[in-house]
Design a protein around this ligand. Structure first.
Ligand SMILES: Nc1ncnc2c1ncn2[C@@H]1O[C@H](COP(=O)(O)OP(=O)(O)OP(=O)(O)O)[C@@H](O)[C@H]1O
Length: 774
């Protein structure tokens, strides 16, 4: 298999370097070259990404014909001759990508884990063997197989390989116990049946995946993205998949999972990054987040925009052709109502308003200069009227009045002005919560407001046309440059031609067959950015599928933004209401989704916690139970025998924390793996209230902290909001009494091995059992 990968890689590399060697002429070749390079580079990236662990499993089909395999689909998409599934008695290797031999039949040598044929690898049990005799897990290090684990699924089969794994969970437990690296890894080797069903759920509508901490929601969401890209490659490669996460650190944490599965065409973003040109990372205060996230902000912003459609106070005098025309409240009101009646977004409607105002002023002017003093009739004919209108349209004072009465607005202006003076639009308390100077940086909570404002304003076609024209001019200039290069290089090309060839000097040059303008047009058509790149730059992009992690955190306004990006409502939402931290977050899924899909969404649950050992989970569950006595935590798949502990610091909290950190890094369980490769293994998070970070960081050697801490470092200092979705080998929670219930629950459920608590203040009663075990 690796030989095949090497050969494919060599082919791909050769075609990239051949394409690059083509130079810059002729221009058609240059366009094709760019596309080839982009496509092949993506293929190369995929091949490189899976190189570390290409093949991880094998399924041996049962030879018994009485137990036909329920395998119906092809080994790889689009292979009709393979319909009907593999014959009994054969074996298939399962891996991150599909591979075929370089023979006449293009024999499959590795099955993509997403193919239907691979499904029994994840679902077969002794009870329902799905045509399998044996399932084998291969563990590799680089290109070397280091372990085999076999499960016998056909109980009548007496053959033994000597690699039998009696419980069938050795590989899963090894994965769960392995030291963390600060980057999430894929779970493709050990996807569990309940997870597999969600990953491959039919691609339609909104699917909600609930589950407690560590149940693999994030892992499932990411593998679902990979599966959908495989299953619906054509559509999704064009429309791209968007994955929304709670913060940039989290996106960094999960960022390597899809590439390790060979997928690169996915856009990962926080809501704060979904308005092109703005990268909002600043946080709102809890009160501001709550107000800005409320659904009625949509109406508030609509009012803000309407209020910019002003009336004269009381008149605007316009000097024109030695006359003074008075635009009064009544006249403008009529123009405004007529414009509003068209029900268009503000900037789009402006052209209508301009027309109405010009007509109004034309009437005033015509009345002034054309009225017959004897009978009051108008002496002007239509051509005079047209001329007056045209002249008015040349008058700067007219345009100044129009700009004042119906200004062209940008979303930035609307939102910044509103936040600077929110009074009158929201209650005085809410206004106090969100008021801030115009110059302040955008927060994540502002982005849905900007998007809403952009919708209300619409695209002003003339501004858009002007921008497009500018871009086109630039492209023409670029194309001209290319053509000049090709023209200049012509002599070299012709040097080889026979001197006496009369045709030689007649050979067409690029200049003769294409002009710069047409070349620029061609370029436009051949936008070879990936769909994800184009989507990132386009506010109105409709994604093929959207996956939202920590979906419980999103505000109603953020949902409005996301739903606009998903007109087909093809979405997977994962979250855990018990971990809701954001003030703006919504409680029930039906509340979130009803405005968009009514009750047409599917809901499913994951019930097993793969991260947190039973000892820690028990303590964490107690925290939620103190508030919700019926709370049912997910059941932990393993217990470590290591009990969480709580310690009261006498006086010097940072010193006590530093001491505890030293004890926990590395956790005793990890000391063996520490030796591997000489690199430090194992990660520890100190989760503490933000106002303690400065004093704690000063005492912790080599700690990383701040808004976007480097999670690959050994010790990371976080607040509970930052810890969301992350995991570490060991966690030290500081002053838990200061956290709200859901923050504390999140903090306590981040560890895969050990949990310690250090406090000076009163311990929440639910944590008392830990104190006993100090
Ligand atoms: N089938 C599996 N095989 C191996 N590891 C798994 C499996 N399922 C989950 N895990 C591991 O369990 C841990 C928790 O998974 P994940 O972060 O996806 O959970 P989550 O439900 O999103 O948790 P939280 O709500 O706390 O963020 C991860 O390390 C993940 O790799």
């Amino acid at each position: 298999m690796y030989a095949r990968v090497d050969a494919l890689r060599e082919d791909t590399e050769t075609s990239v370097s051949e394409a690059l060697a083509q130079g810059s002429t002729p221009m058609q070749a240059r366009l094709e070259r760019d596309i080839t390079v982009a496509e092949r580079s993506r293929q190369l990236a995929a091949l490189n990404a899976v190189d570390g662990s290409l093949c991880f499993g094998r399924i041996d089909m049962s030879p018994k014909l009485s137990d036909p395999p329920p395998l119906s689909a092809s080994l790889e998409r689009g292979d009709p001759h393979e319909q009907g599934g593999p014959p009994p008695g054969t074996s298939h290797h399962i891996g991150r990508i599909g591979l075929r031999a370089d023979d006449a039949d293009r024999t499959p040598i590795l099955i993509d884990w997403r193919a239907d044929v691979a499904r029994p690898f994840y679902l077969a049990t002794g009870h329902t063997p799905m045509g399998l005799r044996r399932r084998r897990h291969l563990t590799t290090e680089g290109r070397r197989v280091t372990a085999l684990h076999d499960e016998i699924l056909d109980l009548g089969d007496e053959t033994r390989t000597g690699h039998e794994d009696p419980t069938g969970d050795a590989v899963l437990l090894a994965a769960l116990n392995s030291a963390r690296t600060g980057r999430m890894s894929d779970i493709v080797q050990t996807i569990q049946a309940e997870q597999d069903r969600i990953i491959r759920a039919p691609h339609r509508g909104v699917l909600v995946v609930e589950g407690g901490p560590g149940t693999g929601k994030t892992a499932v969401a990411l593998h679902r993205a990979a599966y959908l890209l495989y299953e619906h490659r054509d559509l999704l490669a064009r429309r791209a998949v968007l994955i929304v996460g709670p913060n940039p650190a989290f996106l960094g944490y999960i960022g390597e999972v899809l590439p390790s599965l060979g997928e690169t065409g996915v856009l990962l973003a926080t809501v704060g990054e979904l308005f092109p040109g703005v990268r909002a990372t600043a946080k709102d205060t809890p009160e501001a987040a709550r107000v800005k996230g409320r659904a009625d902000m949509a109406d508030v912003l609509a009012d803000v925009v309407r209020d910019r459609q002003a009336l004269p106070d009381p008149v605007i005098a316009i000097e024109h052709d030695r006359e003074v025309l008075m635009l009064d409240d009544d006249l403008v009101r009529v123009a405004r109502e007529r414009t509003r009646a068209a029900d268009l977004p503000h900037n789009v409607a402006r052209e209508h308003f301009e027309g109405h105002i010009l007509n109004t002023l034309t009437d005033l002017m015509a009345e002034r200069i054309g009225t017959d003093p004897y009978d009051g009739s108008n002496l002007l004919d239509p051509s005079d009227i047209t001329q007056i209108r045209d002249e008015l349209a040349e008058n700067d004072e007219v345009w100044a009045a129009i700009d004042q009465l119906w200004p062209l607005l940008t979303p930035h202006r609307v939102v910044a002005d509103f936040l600077a003076e929110p009074d009158g639009y929201v209650s005085p308390e809410d206004a106090d919560a969100i008021r801030r100077p115009v110059t302040r940086a955008w927060t994540t909570g502002d982005v849905p407001l900007l998007d809403e404002a952009a919708e209300l304003l619409g695209r002003d076609e003339r501004t858009a046309r002007a921008a497009a024209e500018l871009e086109r001019e630039e492209q023409i200039a670029y194309a001209q440059g290319v053509l000049d290069v090709s023209y200049a290089s012509r002599t070299y090309e012709f040097d080889d031609k026979e001197e006496d060839d009369p045709e030689a000097s007649e050979v067409l040059s690029a200049h003769d067959i294409i002009d710069a303008e047409r070349f620029a047009e061609r370029q436009e058509e051949e936008d070879h950015r990936s769909a994800a790149e184009r989507a990132a730059a386009d506010r109105t992009w409709a994604f093929g599928h959207i996956i939202v992690d920590e979906a419980q955190e999103l505000s109603p306004m953020a949902w409005r933004l996301l739903m606009r990006r998903s007109p087909t409502r093809s979405m997977t939402l994962v979250g855990d209401p018990a971990q809701t931290a954001e003030e703006a977050g919504v409680g029930a899924w039906s509340d979130i989704l009803a405005p968009y899909v009514e009750d047409r969404f599917e809901r499913t649950r994951l019930g097993v916690n793969y991260r947190t050992p039973a000892e820690i989970m028990e303590l964490a569950a107690g925290v939620v139970r103190a508030e919700h006595p019926d709370f049912e935590p997910p059941s932990s798949v393993r217990s470590t025998g290591v009990r969480p502990w709580a310690r009261r610091a006498a006086a010097d909290l940072p010193a006590e924390v530093a001491k505890a950190v030293a004890e926990l890094t590395p956790s005793p369980k990890l000391s063996a793996s520490l030796e591997q490769g000489g690199a430090p293994m194992g990660r520890l998070a100190v989760i503490a209230p933000r106002d303690l970070h400065r004093s704690l960081a000063a005492r912790l050697d080599g700690v990383t902290a701040g808004a976007e801490p480097d999670l690959t470092r050994t010790v990371v200092l976080l607040d509970p909001r930052q810890a969301k979705g992350l995991e570490f080998d060991s966690v030290l929670v500081v002053e838990p009494g200061r956290f709200g219930t859901s923050d504390l629950y999140v903090a306590l459920t981040r560890a895969t091995q050990a949990l310690g608590i250090v406090h000076t203040e009163e311990l929440p009663p639910a944590l008392a059992p830990a104190a006993e075990h100090d």
